[in-house]
Design a protein around this ligand. Structure first.
Ligand SMILES: *[C@@H]1O[C@H](CO)[C@@H](O)[C@H](O)[C@H]1NC(C)=O
Ligand SMILES: *[C@@H]1O[C@H](CO)[C@@H](O)[C@H](O)[C@H]1NC(C)=O
Ligand SMILES: *[C@@H]1O[C@H](CO)[C@@H](O)[C@H](O)[C@H]1NC(C)=O
Ligand SMILES: *[C@@H]1O[C@H](CO)[C@@H](O)[C@H](O)[C@H]1NC(C)=O
Ligand SMILES: *[C@@H]1O[C@H](CO)[C@@H](O)[C@H](O)[C@H]1NC(C)=O
Ligand SMILES: *[C@@H]1O[C@H](CO)[C@@H](O)[C@H](O)[C@H]1NC(C)=O
Ligand SMILES: *[C@@H]1O[C@H](CO)[C@@H](O)[C@H](O)[C@H]1NC(C)=O
Ligand SMILES: *[C@@H]1O[C@H](CO)[C@@H](O)[C@H](O)[C@H]1NC(C)=O
Ligand SMILES: *[C@@H]1O[C@H](CO)[C@@H](O)[C@H](O)[C@H]1NC(C)=O
Ligand SMILES: *[C@@H]1O[C@H](CO)[C@@H](O)[C@H](O)[C@H]1NC(C)=O
Length: 498
């Protein structure tokens, strides 16, 4: 497990100083007990979510969003696409009823025309660009075209050979759509809307993509993926997909169209065939995603160019069909209770009720016992954790196992280090969890119930540096990662992962 999942010291300045970059949230509505628009907006406000995307133009929702300062992307649902793409008048009418009726009170900033049209509704592909053009014409006629941008969200699966990113191109079958679409985006100052799901790429990769790489966990430099054509280093799947989109556009000679990620997320629950759809992984992905986006580092190809992103999604949608994961992409349950608490600090940026202080560092269950013991010794020694509660007769003696004792010591160290990046690693045998590991009478540091357990400079074990000293800055990595094949001097990163 890598170092950085943890404390996300969100750069408040990144979001306030640079209005351009943001993290928003998608609001799907397939819930058996869908909260009312007023309740939805109350949750958005409480969580300081300032950007949302709707999958339609629900009138009550748009009214509830009026005068809130929340920026809204609305959508033309796929089932309305044909009518709009075939008739300028229908498009104008749609804009009048669904947009003009709400602005400026509701701050509609973009219109997503259809959703994954090329991959889910290929028959409508031929009218997609005309639908976009007709809607744009109506906006121009109303003088709204400078404040409302028009685009259409794509599945990243239309990008082929995205590995390495510099080889990427759009499925050529779609050139007749993509070329005029990109011309439109370029001439109107709009952006390419892209859905980016490292979870899906990971699941489809048959082990070629490491979980850590998908979750934005740190990789040792020699395991980072390198695109030999560009010598760019990739540390996560998200960046690689976004760069693949840039390269695919540039292979059609479009080099100045920004990308906005209309959907990205990770499911928190799945069936036995989806073992990595877990609360911890969903939390890790979304926490790291938020930090990555707000840090405004851009991607290797375009450093510093913001990739604003909408998380998929606000609520778990229990009525969605398909595998269990389909119903479990949400950050919140219908009642507004978080499904998990993101590892964020610096509330006030996005998602106000983060509970950074409620993360814990515990031993990995199946970790190597020798490594665990060494890490435990280090924590209680050079790491200066007060391990006295682990002694016989003390509250945390039972259960008397290396895993249990190491968990206590790791958690104590992690909290003493203010949950800083890299302080829950212990050569790879520790992991972050949001589940409170306390068990009576043993109360874990960070659970809020009691005394600090650290003492300065005293320790139960010898204070010389052990072999694992400095463990928070060294990493142990398994040997899993993308295989590299060198063919004719070109590294082909494993199999294509899109
Ligand atoms: C609407 O959102 C845009 C884009 O963020 C912003 O520039 C503008 O000031 C907002 N308008 C209002 C009335 O809040
Ligand atoms: C479509 O309608 C708009 C007004 O809504 C008009 O400005 C534009 O010229 C029309 N375009 C076509 C192709 O008819
Ligand atoms: C490209 O798109 C066409 C049309 O949808 C599809 O039949 C084909 O399988 C796609 N090619 C690849 C390699 O995905
Ligand atoms: C892109 O531009 C280059 C150089 O101007 C040209 O040779 C190439 O045909 C263009 N490609 C496309 C897809 O338009
Ligand atoms: C945040 O961005 C800075 C440069 O802008 C970079 O040095 C730093 O590594 C980034 N942090 C993370 C966690 O990505
Ligand atoms: C979330 O934050 C709001 C305002 O910051 C506060 O009123 C509310 O009680 C918090 N909810 C929880 C569950 O902490
Ligand atoms: C986080 O820690 C602060 C200070 O220790 C405390 O006041 C606050 O209640 C904690 N929040 C949660 C959600 O535990
Ligand atoms: C907490 O600290 C007080 C004194 O500071 C001590 O009496 C008490 O035993 C401590 N409780 C635990 C659970 O360590
Ligand atoms: C422990 O060290 C910190 C920083 O060096 C200091 O502020 C604190 O007072 C110390 N606590 C004790 C109990 O000595
Ligand atoms: C332990 O390691 C730290 C940092 O690696 C070093 O600064 C310190 O001098 C070492 N202490 C001993 C006793 O070797």
């Amino acid at each position: 497990m890598g170092l950085l999942i943890l404390v996300l010291v969100l750069l408040v300045s990144a979001s306030s100083a640079d209005e351009d970059v943001f993290v928003g949230v998608n609001i799907g509505t397939q819930l058996s007990d869908m909260p009312s628009p007023t309740q939805v907006v109350a949750l958005l406000k409480a969580q300081q979510i300032h950007h949302v995307r709707l999958y339609d133009t629900d009138r009550a929702m748009l009214l509830a969003l009026a005068n809130t300062g929340i920026r809204v992307t609305v959508s033309v649902p796929n089932d309305q696409l044909l009518g709009i793409g075939q008739s300028n008048a229908t498009a104008a009418n749609w804009v009048s009823r669904n947009i003009l009726a709400h602005v400026p009170a509701t701050n509609i900033t973009s219109i997503a025309v259809g959703s994954d049209v090329l991959t889910t509704l290929p028959n409508a592909a031929s009218i997609l660009v005309s639908a976009i053009n007709f809607i744009q014409s109506a906006l121009v006629a109303s003088g709204l075209d400078s404040q409302i941008k028009v685009s259409t969200p794509h599945s990243s699966s239309i990008i082929l050979d995205s590995f390495p990113p510099s080889h990427a191109f759009f499925n050529r079958s779609w050139d007749p759509v993509m070329v005029p679409l990109l011309k439109f985006l370029q001439s109107t100052g709009s952006f390419l809307m892209l859905n980016v799901y490292p979870y899906n790429n990971y699941m489809q990769s048959n082990g070629e993509i490491a979980l850590d790489y998908a979750l934005f966990r740190p990789l040792p430099p020699n395991k980072e993926a390198v695109d030999l054509n560009t010598l760019l280093h990739y540390t996560n799947v998200f960046d690689a997909i976004v760069d693949a989109a840039y390269f695919a556009m540039s292979s059609l000679n479009f080099t100045n169209i920004p990308v906005i990620v209309t959907e990205s997320g990770w499911p928190s629950k799945g069936d036995s065939s989806e073992p990595d759809a877990t609360l911890d992984n969903a939390n890790t992905y979304n926490s790291n995603l938020i930090r990555h986006v707000l840090n405004n580092t851009g991607t290797p190809k375009h450093p510093g160019i913001a990739i604003s992103t909408y998380i998929y999604e606000l609520y778990n949608e229990d009525l969605r069909s398909g595998p269990i994961t389909e119903k479990n992409w949400g950050l919140f349950n219908a009642n507004g209770v978080p499904v998990y608490s993101l590892h964020l600090t610096g509330s006030g940026t996005v998602l106000a009720n983060d509970t950074t202080n409620r993360t814990y560092c515990v031993a990995r269950e199946h970790a190597d016992r020798k490594l665990l013991q060494a890490a435990l010794d280090w924590a209680c020694g050079p790491g200066k954790v007060d391990c006295s509660p682990l002694l016989q007769g003390q509250p945390c003696y039972e259960p008397d196992t290396v895993v249990a004792h190491a968990s206590y010591a790791f958690d104590a160290y992690y909290h003493r280090m203010a949950m800083a990046d890299g302080t829950c690693n212990f050569n790879g045998v520790a992991t972050i969890t949001t589940t409170n590991p306390s068990h009576r009478p043993c109360i874990f540091p960070g659970s809020g119930g009691r005394n600090e357990t650290f003492i300065n400079g005293t320790s139960l074990a010898p204070s010389s540096n052990s072999t694992v000293s400095g463990c928070h800055s060294q990493y142990f990595y398994g040997d899993i990662f993308i295989r590299s094949l060198v063919v004719g001097g070109v590294i082909l990163w494993g199999a294509a992962f899109l």
